[in-house]
Write a protein that binds this ligand. Structure first.
Ligand code: MLC
Ligand code: AMP
Length: 509
């Protein structure tokens, strides 16, 4: 490539690596405000995918801070939770987010810094930016789990370095690559598999402010894109858009897509039907891999060689994987077990939750809560050890967290959240409720109320009002029985989907 290398393309603008270097240095200087090191201060930041996001992320790191990405889709209560839980000392926001974020920062007593100020107001550059030892904390990404509130997953610079190095190696990233990134940037799929990998090799990262099927097809049609990574729900939307398009557009899109060198799917189970249809439309057998916020990628189908449908491949470099029974004993091939992982890519800790961190590890191995079986050397995912984790649209959500919020609705006496199988979203959030006496509640009413409190993907999509929730003899709500309250009309599952949701996967005793 001639001329300065382009790092980021967004909104029709091209930003070079020199731009990124200069702007991130400027952000670092502004955040440091005369100090010489942020010493792992948490900097929460909200910016849509684009150059500013990358400049702020890098600026935080260069100043010695811990980057805490906020989600553009989250309502104020969720943003406030992350800002307070991470004990952020600065909140950075793009102009569109100033409205909700400035009052939250004020109420929390935290410095508020508009992105444009950080990028443009001259700040005295420090003589020297701090030295970033690999063991220093670099990022906190909030993830839902088996606790009621999301936990902050803390990664060090060494963790992130190991994650990126592994992906660059197995997927053969080069500076000539041009990634089309349509993922949100508050989760690792977008942050590491996307942005981080592209920037690590000085490739070009083309960012969309939000996923849009027609725009993605248009960019494939350009023939310029070499790498794409998404969640199954995105491929399903792309298939639907292709099927609705006129023949000439289909041809151009498919021809362009064939020129992409690598297309990947992950964050949720890829239905076999989607894999097959995508292959018909583009010639690509999607490379499916398995990962988690706590370690980024752990298993991947090969770049070269057979990609087995329904399998997530073998361990990526630097990650050891084992399957264990309920007592932590390693199981043999063909026997289902919980996935445990170990390696430099595995996170440091849950932010300020030593008991949760302790419970998440067994003899130095991180317990993922995912269940798999190894067959002929490759891993196949079977489900999860907890019914309270739901994967919807590639987002992990906690039934317990949603229940805690929904329970505060004035019409609701008690509730139970379950994930129900869904062709489009993998699983959909569903709620069964016992109402307060004389109260009434419709799904739209509940949704309107919930939208102000929960991220869109946590808002219940189906409602059953019951006299009494199904319980066992000691009064515990029986989630499988709750799930069975939602019948075929709530559940659009197709004939060939790989059903990983809606129930607890069994592992050997
Ligand atoms: C949105 N809608 C949903 C929904 N999400 N309905 C049911 N379940 C859901 N989960 C509804 C909206 O309310 C709206 O309804 C309609 O669908 C269209 O909404 P949208 O705003 O267009 O949806 P969109 O925001 O485009 O969401 C689709 C998506 C998104 C696929 C782009 O889900 C997404 O970005 N997913 C990626 C998640 C991700 O990055 N995960 C990585 C985690 S890291 P109405 O009625 O209002 O029109 C990880 C590790 C690893 O997992 O292995 O990668
Ligand atoms: P998160 O905690 O948001 O990072 O989500 C991680 C979870 O996504 C894992 O624990 C798995 O349950 C799920 N996941 C990731 N990749 C896949 C995949 N290829 N197939 C099925 N589930 C997946």
């Amino acid at each position: 490539m001639n001329g300065p290398r382009v790092a980021i393309v967004c909104g029709g603008r091209r930003h070079t690596y020199d731009d990124l270097d200069g702007s991130s240095r400027q952000v670092a200087a502004a955040l440091l405000a005369g100090e010489n090191d942020l010493r792992e201060a948490r900097i929460a930041f909200l910016a849509p995918p684009g150059f500013e996001y990358a400049a702020v992320q890098r600026g935080i790191w260069r100043a010695g801070g811990v980057a805490v990405p906020l989600a553009t889709s989250h309502p104020p209560p969720e943003l406030e939770y992350v800002i307070r839980d991470s004990a952020a000392s600065v909140v950075v926001a793009d102009p569109a987010s100033t409205g909700p974020l400035a009052p939250i920062a004020r109420a929390a007593g935290v410095r508020f810094a508009p992105v444009e100020g950080l990028l443009t107001v001259p700040a005295a550059p420090p003589d020297e930016l701090p030295h970033l030892g690999p063991s220093r904390r670099a990022m906190i990404v909030y993830t839902s789990g088996t606790t009621a509130r999301p936990k902050g997953v803390v990664s060090t610079h060494a963790n992130i370095g190991a994650q990126v190095a592994s992906l660059v190696e197995i997927w053969e990233w080069t500076p000539e690559d041009r990634l089309l990134l349509a993922l949100p940037l508050h989760h690792l799929h977008g942050i590491i598999n996307g942005l981080g990998s592209a920037l690590a090799v000085r490739a070009t990262c083309e960012m969309l402010p939000a996923f849009d099927a027609l725009t993605v097809w248009d960019r494939f049609g350009s023939g310029e894109i070499t790498v794409f990574t998404g969640v199954p729900a995105m491929y399903q939307r792309l298939i639907a858009a292709w099927e609705a398009a006129p023949p000439a557009a289909r041809r151009a899109w498919s021809d362009g897509a064939r020129r992409v060198r690598l297309m990947m799917s992950g964050s949720a189970a890829l239905p076999l039907q989607t894999l097959a249809r995508w292959r018909e439309i583009t010639g690509h057998t999607l490379l499916e891999r398995y990962g988690m916020t706590e370690m980024c990628m752990a298993l991947s189908n090969p770049l070269h060689g057979e990609r087995r449908p329904g399998f997530v491949g073998t361990p990526v470099p630097g990650i050891e994987v084992r399957l264990v029974d309920e007592n932590g004993r390693v199981v043999s091939d063909g026997t289902p077990g919980e996935i445990e992982v170990r390696g430099q890519a595995v996170f440091l800790e849950y932010w300020q939750r030593p008991a949760d961190t302790h419970a998440a590890f067994r003899d130095g191995w991180f317990r993922t809560g995912d269940v798999a079986v190894r067959e002929h050397g490759a891993y196949r995912l079977l489900g999860r050890t907890s019914v309270d984790i739901i994967k919807t649209g590639g987002f992990k959500v906690s039934a317990l967290e949603i229940e805690e919020v929904v329970r505060t609705h004035p019409a609701i006496a008690e509730c139970a959240i379950v994930g129900i199988a869904d062709e489009q979203w993998g699983e959909r959030v569903a709620v069964a409720v016992e109402l307060q006496s004389a109260a009434a509640l419709s799904l739209p009413e509940l949704q309107d109320w919930a939208k102000a409190r929960l991220a869109p993907y946590k808002v219940p999509r189906a409602l059953r009002v019951v006299e009494a929730l199904p319980r066992n003899a000691v009064g515990k709500i029986l989630k499988p029985d709750v799930a069975s309250l939602f019948g075929a009309s709530d559940n659009a599952s197709g004939p060939e989907r790989r059903d990983l949701g809606g129930g607890k996967a069994q592992i050997a005793q």
